[in-house]
Design a protein around this ligand. Structure first.
Ligand SMILES: Nc1nc2c(c(=O)[nH]1)N[C@H]1C(S)=C(S)[C@@H](COP(=O)(O)O)O[C@H]1N2
Ligand SMILES: [Mo]
Length: 508
């Protein structure tokens, strides 16, 4: 039996090491990509209904535990098999693990809302398991058949210690991964069980003429899965909504503390606001638009009664990130809100669940605090924030910009009528016109889609009569106050890029 158990142990140890590495990577960088959980989710989606019901009727609410335990058993048995096959006919065992890893990657990528990052932990798990199995199998081949190892051979004891330590290390890594991501998992479960309240005030309907039907043009509302994400959080904070509290304090007459339940009871309003990152380069994609559900911050501040010398609100997230927002942007009539909903869904965890700020007209770094837990009313000469401490400007109004989405840069197009289209924005001011320039020709007026509001981007299009050759296309927007977008090139530091977006295409 020696020819089965020891090779099997190499396989089990490599699986534990691989899954441990994968779970650890997942808990740190890709919480949605836990190898065990993505495969578990795929199994749930794939098993026939009768089996699901049978499991639930036998095990009740323990059905998920049963699934995870079964998966673990399958993994360990497959590992034992892989180790045994590897000893008989290398590299068959490693190929088996590679196939298992491929299934994990596939499971990760086919989940709804998945990103490529979610596949990384499964890939890491497979690579580590393959390397470990290769090493342990080599060691096993080198062990002496006798109790006393001749020189050059590995002692049986050393092999057992190495295999045991690898297995234990893997199991410990799995355990650490579980502990590290338990907050995230709990928040994800709470979010899944949470039903967004209805809006007391619905957003005005989006005009039928607000979007053009052009392939490749950014949709007027960005689906949550495609919404850009920028933050400093290596690990997404997992907040238990039942313990979430927002404190409003500092230079106020009356301090306020608000629970999530209390926030949800307030008359929530829907609004459509485009968010932009100050790090968005000209032509970049760090801009997206969503329908938010939330409560106006100005009403809460009115209750707290800021003192007259206050000129800034320092908002703080659960993980200690801060933003300094001019107080007037939170007290004037613009729709600065504490958002709980995004496109009809609870805020996704990576976009700030359970509560974030959305402030029309300001770049995210001075306004859009995700996982917000604290608002301190203060003064610019008394406090600074995460990015203003790092050389970015105190004030960050969004600059007038425009972008060409279609045709994609460098694209080959056929001579004749070619649709050029894109988006233009000047949050809280509005866009009134867009012009397009081909090579060094005159600026031609583009059609602009109807505006949703001054706080959202606007689509534009231009029918170009394209002639053969290589051409440059430029775009330039004009805001609602008649100011023309500058062609002066400015870097994103310290308060946002300027310049005209320009692409080249070949017409044939
Ligand atoms: N807690 C927290 N909130 C944050 C940030 C952050 O790093 N931490 N980044 C800000 C920046 S720079 C931007 S541009 C927006 C991006 O929001 P999004 O990821 O939902 O698109 O969030 C803002 N809110
Ligand atoms: Mo940003």
């Amino acid at each position: 039996m020696v020819s089965f158990w020891r090779p099997a142990a190499t396989g089990v140890a490599s699986i534990l090491a691989g899954v441990g590495a994968g779970e650890l990577v997942s808990s740190l960088f890709a919480q949605n990509g836990s190898p065990v959980l993505v495969v578990g989710a795929a199994v749930i989606d794939l098993v026939p209904g009768w089996l699901k019901e049978a499991v639930i009727s036998v095990f009740g609410t323990q059905d998920k535990t049963v699934l995870i335990v079964s998966l673990a058993l399958v993994l360990l048995i497959a590992g034992a098999l892989a180790g045994w096959l590897e000893s008989l006919r290398p590299p068959v065992g490693r190929i088996l693990i590679a196939l298992g890893g491929a299934l994990g990657v596939l499971a990760a990528l086919t989940r709804s809302g998945a990103s490529v990052l979610d596949a990384v932990p499964s890939a890491v798990a497979a690579i580590v398991a393959i390397l470990v199995l290769g090493a342990l199998a080599r060691m096993l081949r080198g062990t002496a058949p006798t109790r006393v190892a001749p020189s050059g051979a590995v002692s049986r004891r050393r092999f057992l210690v190495a295999t045991g330590a690898t297995a234990a290390g893997g199991a410990i890594a799995v355990a650490i991964g579980q502990v590290v991501s338990s907050g995230y998992r709990a928040a994800a479960a709470a979010r899944a069980a949470f039903h967004l309240p209805k809006a007391a005030v619905a957003a005005p309907p989006i005009p039928a003429g607000a979007s053009f039907d052009i392939a490749g043009l950014s949709p007027i509302i960005t689906p949550n899965a495609d919404f850009y994400r920028i933050d400093t959080a290596l690990q997404i904070p997992g907040i238990d909504p039942s313990t979430w509290r927002l404190r409003i304090h500092g230079l106020v007459e009356d301090e306020i503390e608000l629970s999530f339940a209390e926030l949800l009871k307030l008359p929530l309003e829907e609004s459509i606001t485009t968010l932009t990152c100050v790090s968005n380069e000209v032509g970049g994609n760090l801009i997206s638009n969503a329908t938010w559900l939330g409560y106006p911050i100005r009403h809460l501040l009115a209750r707290a009664k800021p003192k007259s010398n206050a000129d800034m609100v320092l908002s703080k997230s659960q993980d200690g990130w801060t933003a300094s927002t001019p107080i007037e942007a939170l007290t004037d009539e613009r729709n600065a809100i504490l958002a709980v909903g995004m496109n009809g869904q609870p805020l996704p965890l990576e976009h700030g669940y359970p509560v974030r700020m959305v402030v029309p007209g300001l770049y995210g770094y001075v306004s859009a605090t995700k996982w917000v837990v604290d608002l301190e009313v203060t003064r610019f000469d008394r406090a600074t924030s995460y990015w203003t401490d790092r050389g970015w400007s105190q004030r960050g109004p969004v600059k007038l910009e425009s972008r060409i989405d279609v045709p994609a840069a460098g694209r080959q197009v056929t001579a004749g009528t070619v649709a050029i289209a894109g988006v233009a924005w000047s949050q809280h001011v509005g866009v009134s016109a867009v012009h397009v320039q081909i090579d060094d020709g005159p600026w031609e007026q583009a059609d602009i889609a109807d505006a949703i509001s001054v706080d959202t981007w606007r689509q534009w299009k231009y029918a170009w009569n394209a002639e053969k050759g290589r051409h440059t296309i430029r775009v330039r927007a004009t805001d609602a106050k008649g100011r023309v977008q500058t062609s002066a090139v400015a870097d994103v530091v310290p308060n946002g890029a300027t310049g005209l977006h320009q692409i080249s295409v070949t017409v044939s």
